[in-house]
Design a protein around this ligand. Sequence first.
Ligand code: URA
Length: 196
Amino acid sequence: MDEILKQKIKQISENYTEEKIGGFIYGDGPIPCNILFVGEAPGKTEVEEGKPFVGVAGKNFEKHLNSIGLSRKDVHITNTCFFRPIKIKESSSGRTTISNRPPKTSEVNLFREVLNEEINLVNPKIIVTLGNVPLKRLTNFKSIGECHGDLYFNNELKRYVFPMYHPSALTYNRNEEFYSMYQEDWNKLKEALNKI
Ligand code: URA
């Protein structure tokens, strides 16, 4: 990722005091690149390895990416929020547990400029949004359920957008029907890539 953008992400994350955060990461992949995937925010494994989508959701993501003949080196991957939003819980016995939480709108907004600049630098033909957080940040759609698996031309971005479910949705919807629909969306992405 571009050094100036990295500096901005570092600065925004280190200066954020409203909530405790669990570290931050940068986008990953070639610049420029025809295909840009935008996720939500990194989790624990992503911060440990310094790369987006390398944890459990990332493994699902990569498996499906490979299933349509692409590998990580062919695509640029980034997030809507570049730090790991966390929830800290203290039990009555004094044990603390740290878990992920979705980023707040105000946290997404901290990175508006950064994500816009990354999109411009990567200059993709298509932006694939993963889940509701990047969908709402980059388009006027209200929910992934209404638009997943189709190709849209976004007049504000002046680019194609292809909304997909977040790969962690597979963890919450453990049924054959959802799995087939999700795999079908990847096949539709493959077709869309051949069209643009
Ligand atoms: N989930 C995301 O949305 N982004 C990551 O980088 C990892 C998991």
